[in-house]
Design a protein around this ligand. Structure first.
Ligand SMILES: Nc1ncnc2c1ncn2[C@@H]1O[C@H](COP(=O)(O)OP(=O)(O)O)[C@@H](O)[C@H]1O
Ligand SMILES: [Mg+2]
Length: 362
């Protein structure tokens, strides 16, 4: 998938902006506060229906405006054109538009555009809660396994129902219906995640890390969210009394985690901040590579402030590897000097960003 035309309105310091993206490399240059990250943030909305900088949608709406819109046309691998859009108003209402069809469910956008982002906050993938690492896995499954989206929705719904029933201390019989659905979908989700990691991701991540962090060897493992020897149903029954007392289900795929260690110690306790970023880069690259080999889809990769985040040599390796997976890149930097090696890429567009406006360099 490649973004073609992009239009952004009333988004942070961007009043109206339209550009035609290059199919492989787009570079945005501008001073601090010019609006570079805001452009990437707007693109992020197309893939996730949310920001990567704030959880409050209204913060990204330009001051004094009632709502923002981001719209794009994209060319799919088979050459067909598709159109996506999202608008949000200050009253928090949201309208998503997919090829002319309107929907109020922001999540409908998520499985269409495979967008990835690397920013100063990306180290949270390792430092933050397990939820972020589950999202890392599920992002791939959403884009690769047709049925995953629906399985995940049904699972989430049954978890919500079951937690509500646990809070009111229902008898076994009343819990049966949602427990059955949760177990059925939960086992499927877990099996999907497990085979993704064991059969593909471990190999891809390790291969990338040989280039990025050759001085370390990594042990990558998956905790599925309940005891190894038990079926999900048995684990739920085993913990039921305690979980009902606490009012929530404590075992299941919603407790899964991806663990990365170096000689038995959790990696982020050993690595420097720069090394941590390289580990994240290696993991994200593995997503791109797997998506590309499995589906021939290519992802749209947003790299914010890459000069500040990675040292010169690593920056170069990361970008050239992303380029090999036919990724469409959107890179920001304050100064072109940070991206000196991009001189070798003839195939690109450079945009200058000033006060929320872009000017394409010709
Ligand atoms: N809701 C908003 N309305 C108008 N301007 C905003 C809003 N939120 C942030 N800004 C401004 O937008 C500008 C762009 O910021 P940003 O995209 O982070 O710049 P860069 O990444 O180029 O350093 C900043 O000057 C910021 O003060
Ligand atoms: Mg920025």
């Amino acid at each position: 998938m490649k973004l073609d035309k992009v239009q952004i309105s009333h988004f942070r310091n961007i009043d109206e902006l339209s550009l035609t993206a290059h199919k492989s490399l787009n570079v945005f240059l501008g001073e601090n506060g010019s609006g570079k990250s805001s452009i990437l943030e707007a693109l992020h909305y197309l893939g996730f229906a949310r920001s990567f900088r704030t959880s409050k949608h209204k913060n990204v709406i330009s001051h004094q405006k009632s709502g923002f819109t981001v719209f794009c046309s994209a060319v799919v691998e088979d050459g067909m054109q598709q159109k996506f859009g999202i608008s949000r108003l200050a009253n928090d209402s949201c309208v998503v538009n997919i090829n002319g069809q309107k929907s109020k469910r922001a999540s409908d956008l998520a499985s269409h555009l495979p967008i990835q982002i690397f920013t100063p906050q990306s180290s949270d993938l390792l430092l933050g809660a397990p939820k972020l690492r589950r999202q890392y896995l599920d992002w791939l499954l959403f884009h690769v396994e047709q049925s995953f989206n629906l399985d995940f929705q049904v699972f989430s719904k049954s978890l919500k129902h079951l937690n509500a029933l646990y809070k009111t201390n229902q008898p076994e019989q009343a819990l049966r219906y949602w427990t059955d659905i949760l177990c059925q979908k939960g086992e499927v989700i877990s099996a999907n995640r497990s085979s993704l990691i064991k059969e593909h991701l471990i190999r891809l991540i390790n291969a990338n890390l040989k280039d990025f962090l050759p001085e370390f060897s990594f042990e990558i493992s998956y905790y599925r969210g309940w005891e190894k020897e038990l079926s999900l149903e048995d684990a739920i029954l085993k913990n039921r009394q305690r979980d009902q007392r606490n009012g929530f289900l404590s075992v299941g795929p919603h407790k899964a985690d991806l663990r990365i260690k170096i000689h038995g110690t959790i990696a982020h306790e050993i690595l420097s901040r720069g090394q941590l970023r390289m580990l994240v880069a290696g993991m994200q690259l593995a997503q791109t590579q797997y998506l590309h080999t499995k589906t021939y889809k290519s992802s749209i990769f947003l790299l914010d402030d890459v000069g500040a985040e990675l040292d010169e040599e690593k920056r170069q390796v990361f970008i050239s590897k992303l380029n090999t997976a036919e990724t469409q890149l959107f890179v920001t930097a304050i100064d072109i000097k940070q991206l000196d090696f991009l001189k070798n890429y003839n195939d690109k567009k450079v945009f200058h960003v000033e006060h929320g406006h872009v000017r394409e360099e010709i």
